[in-house]
Design a protein around this ligand. Sequence first.
Ligand code: 5RP
Length: 265
Amino acid sequence: MEWGMKNRLSQLIQKDGKALFLPIDHGYFQGPTHGLEKPGETIKPIWQYADALMLTRGVLRNCIDPTIQKPVILRVSGAVSVVGEDLANESIVTSVKEVIRLNAAAVSMSVFVGTKGENKSLTNLGKLVDECEDYGIPVMAVTSVGRELEKREARYLALVARISAEIGARVVKTYYCKDNFEKVVDGCPVPVVIAGGPKTETQREVFDFVYDGMQKGAIGVNLGRNIWQTEYPLASMRAIRAIVHESFTPKEAEDLFEQVKAGKA
Ligand code: 5RP
């Protein structure tokens, strides 16, 4: 692996081999998502606890202070919306020249397996990897499964994770599943991070799945709504960071959450 690629990956994956990415890219297909109406304000209390921010160029340019010392994972796929016909029909909407101009440490794009857009998104991934590898820029595949594969089961998550790695993704983002999550990680030859999905009823549920996912081999998270849509984003962020980087158990994370919430830590 060349110096540039190694250097960029080391900005994302910390010396302990773990990573906490904070995604605020949801507006790219959802518009002004609840909690992200003003992304710059949303991240103010929490960005310093993230290892990297995941976002689009529009939010980066307009809402983020350019003097911020935090690696950026630029989402480069899109051109679909929640009111459109097919969420899987994404295109690449940001050039590699722009990625370099914005000094991103990595790029991300969605990959949809089991949908009509399957071939298009996998072809997009291959082309993006080809272009980005020329400049030592890692690609993170944001994996999804659709239609009959919609159930978040290990065999489907493992399928899309493995295919993304085979095509050249350097990091894979997957959803967590309770049963056999280790199959997803073990079948994927590149580091795996877990997304949070829609906000859960309790914080503890998040601590439990992040902990379990990491016990089963994930290197960390790419987790948004279960941080910035919660009532206590700072407490949530710090508790999740403690699981990722300090091997806190869910119970220890919950205690830290309560302490931060009460202003005692
Ligand atoms: C949404 C994304 C997100 O980055 C990813 O799903 C993680 O966010 P969350 O934890 O809110 O699911 O790609 O477009």
